[in-house]
Write a protein that binds this ligand. Sequence first.
Ligand code: SF4
Length: 367
Amino acid sequence: MNSIPKEICDRFAAHLYKWAEDYPRQLPWKGERDPYRVWLSEILLQQTQVSRGIIYYDAFVSRFSSIEALAAASDDDVFKLWEGLGYYSRCRNMLKAARLIVNELDGRFPSTYSEILKLPGVGPYTAAAIASFAFGEPKAVLDGNVYRIYARFFGVDLIPNAAKSKSHFQNLADQMLDRENPARFNQALMDFGATHCTPRNAKCETCAVRDLCFAFQHNRVEELPRKKTPIKKRERRFAYLVITDESDQTLLLKRPEGDIWAGLYSFPLIECDENHIFEKELETFLSQSGLEVLNSVQHSSKQYKQTLSHQKIFGSFYGIRVNSVSHYRLLAETAYESVAWSSLGDVAFPRMIRQYLEDRFSSLFEF
Ligand code: SF4
């Protein structure tokens, strides 16, 4: 790749700074230099809209004011605060990183890009953001906003998830970075992508760099960047068994590692596909469960749907009344727990289960 003339880089940066002054964007972590808070904001914002990220950022900062406080918290408390954000592997990695920093680095947050990159859950984008915002290291961020701006500005036709695409864009981003002011440049660039050079209806008419912008000059703004090749999502069907007893206890299972929603709680479930007929599976489950069933399907819910990055989950819920959940044969030896129905509001569930509980038993969730 040819190097970008310095004059273009300087002009782009000057217009970007002028734009950032004219259209300041208020965000609670803006200008923050504390690496814990910068890191927290970046982890919370991965795959999350900014408006939601702000709510969770405020909640985390007020509950866990330091990395020591976060590292000392129980998994269940942190998962509960995270509930609703999705992508729970981020939460698990966040906790791992906090405990690693406190237990192995004496609570000192790593201060260089290459050290930050070693933390669990931190990729090149997040490491560049923390290194530049908290420590002033000249590292260029490359997120979806930056891809879009440079794809349009330079007229790059590569598909974003193609193998050579990332290194091409990283090279552009590295060359365009204002190395004297990496934090200011990175922040302004991300804000510009989020609010001005937007995926749809980019504000080209008021853009100061439009005379240099390939896509604007060639009427290709809507076409660029090229779209990712869509991933075919695996579809799964879950039948949840909401088993309650005469003492208003219910059975919950802490989901294991190696599958979606690990560490969150779930009702026992039967995963159904074309080879599994729910009624037969339910009959087998109940006959082997050790439970004394009073009413085998007391109610059934509508079907719920939740889309994850690689899977689509369809879930239905079946209420089952038993004499006592304590008779469940796996209770003593597995991750199953007997939990009071009245305390379900404190349990961290996947969004689909919480939605069902809110729909059917809204009084449990009056926060
Ligand atoms: S002219 Fe339009 S497409 Fe080009 S950088 Fe400006 S806002 Fe983005």
